[in-house]
Design a protein around this ligand. Sequence first.
Ligand code: UDP
Ligand code: MG
Length: 314
Amino acid sequence: MKLSVLIPFYNEEQQIPITLQAVLPILEQTGMKFELILIDDGSRDQTWPIIVEAGQEDSRIIGLHFSRNFGKEAAICAGLDQATGDAVILMDGDLQHPPEHIPEMIRLWQEGYDIVEGVKLTRGKESLASRINARIFYGLFRRFSGYDLRNASDFKLLDRRVVEQWRKLGEHDTFFRGLSAWLGYKRATFSFEVAARQAGGSKWSVFRLAKLSINAITGFSAVPLQFITFLGMILLLFFLILGVQTLVTWFSGGAASGFTTVIMLELLIGGSIMLSLGLIGIYINRIFTEVKSRPRYIIADSTNINRQPDKSEA
Ligand code: UDP
Ligand code: MG
């Protein structure tokens, strides 16, 4: 039985040694054979040299270096493509996913669960903006896609057969948390307290988070598109009511009132149309990126990879 542990790093030169020091002993204590796959998501600091050095000292450490910053989702994909273990554990590189839970995850996996998911007890220290953003996002996501991802995290263990199904997913723009829910399988959860970050800051700006949210929702649901029809119907209803009212006023001898109404309607309709076009644009953009079918990531360098990930080790 072999364990693969995947950790993405982006500009984490200060954090990596701390993380390795915390994770390696725990992995050793499990008594399982393991590989530690460190994915450098195109860092511009000393992250990659540090990974290379760690790999020279310990051959169980595998390093992948992206040609540029492709994002954490891409890093997860690369790790899952590379992993050869019977179980694969994913965790953040900043120890906000406490590695002390790894033995518990393995135990649940050995009990027969295919996916073991970490559920956040609290969300840890966060800015108000990111808290609000998360609230809105999870609410919308649940309503549109039917998957409740509140307090879900990327701290997960996947059985090998889940990973193999994951590899068959064709989309370029992945959303790991959503897709792993979509895959199904026998699932267990455990709760963890989000630890405070020790070095550096969160790598997400509010703008990036908003982009991620839009991506995730439009990737899982076409309901927003149906809103446009709905909006159209409401506007039409208003038009009918207003029309009847105008006719009534006219027949009772009054004049149809107001230039203001016209302007207001003009604004309302114009605004809705542009909003709707924008929404359609988002979906077309998704189709556009998928149709181009560029690779999800590009690996520029690697260390300690001396075998084909898919074929060896049955
Ligand atoms: N990360 C990454 N690529 C990115 C941004 C982040 O690989 O473009 C990594 C980062 O190094 C960390 C993990 O993803 O190991 C989680 O990132 P972060 O702590 O910034 O996110 P948060 O905890 O705020 O959600
Ligand atoms: Mg973090």
